[in-house]
Design a protein around this ligand. Sequence first.
Ligand SMILES: *[C@@H]1O[C@H](CO)[C@@H](O)[C@H](O)[C@H]1NC(C)=O
Length: 274
Amino acid sequence: MDVKFSLATVVALICIFLLAVPVSVHGGKTKKRLKALEQQFATINEALAEVVRFQQTLDVASIHKQIEENAEYIDSNKASLDKIFASLTSDLTNEVAETKKYIDSKVSTIHGAMTSDILNLQQKINSYQEDSVSETDLNRLLQKKKIAFTARVTPSVTLQSGQTLVFRNIQTNDGNAYSNTTGVFTAPTSGTYVFFVHILGGNRALEMKMMKNEESVMLMYANGPGHGADSNMVILQLTKDDKVKVAKHGPWGTQPFYVHHMWTTFSGFMLYSN
Ligand SMILES: *[C@@H]1O[C@H](CO)[C@@H](O)[C@H](O)[C@H]1NC(C)=O
C-alpha cells in the first residue's frame, strides 16, 4: 500500500470530519455543499492514485539500463566505425605505398631502358665516327672514279681486216685507263661506261666496230664521195679489267681501209661505278 495514498486519505478524512461538525450544526444546505466537497476530494484522490500508479509503472532502472545499452551500442558502433575507418585508412596508405612502389619501379625500368638506348646510340654514333671515311680517303675514292678520255688518230692510217685502230694523240686521259700505244681502254673499276667514236674515212666504204673483249658492241659505216664519215655511241656495263677498243669490222668495205687523222676520235667516261 502506498504511503502517499494513505496520507491523502487521512487528510481527506480529517477535512471531512472538520467540515462535518459545522454542517451538522447549520443543517441541510451546508450538508449539500459538504457532499459536493466530498465528491471533489474523491476525484482528487482518484487522480492522486492515478499519479502513484503511473509512478509505480515507471521503471527508471530499466530506462536507465536502456539508455546505457543505447550508449553502449553507440560506443560499440563507434568502435566498429573507428575500426573500419582505421582499416580503410591503412588500406589506403598501403595502396598509395604500393602504387608509389609500382610507379617508382616503372620509372626506374624506363629510365634504365632509356639510358641503355642512349648508350647504344652514343656507341653507334662513335662507331660511325670511327667508320666514317676521312676527307683524304673520300677524295682518293672519288679520284679513282674519275675516268674519262678522248684521243685522236694521228697520223692517218690504212687498216687491215680486223686491225685495232690506235688513237695516239691524247686530249684527255683521266685515270689513265686508255692506252695510246695499244688503243685499248681497260676498265679500272666495274661500272657503267659511255663511249663515243667518230670515223672519217676516204672516198669509199669503210666499216668499223667497237669491241668489248671479244664481242662486237657497236658498228659504224662511212662512205664517200670525198670523205665518208660516221659516228656512234654506246653505253656499256663493264666489269673491272674488261677491254674496249675500236677495230676494222672484218673485211667489209672497199680497200684500202683508209682512216683520216685528227677528225677520227675515240672518247669514253665512266657514268657511275657499281
Ligand atoms: C701517248 O700519249 C702521251 C701523252 O699524251 C704522249 O707523250 C706519247 O707520245 C703518246 N704515245 C704515242 C705512241 O703516241
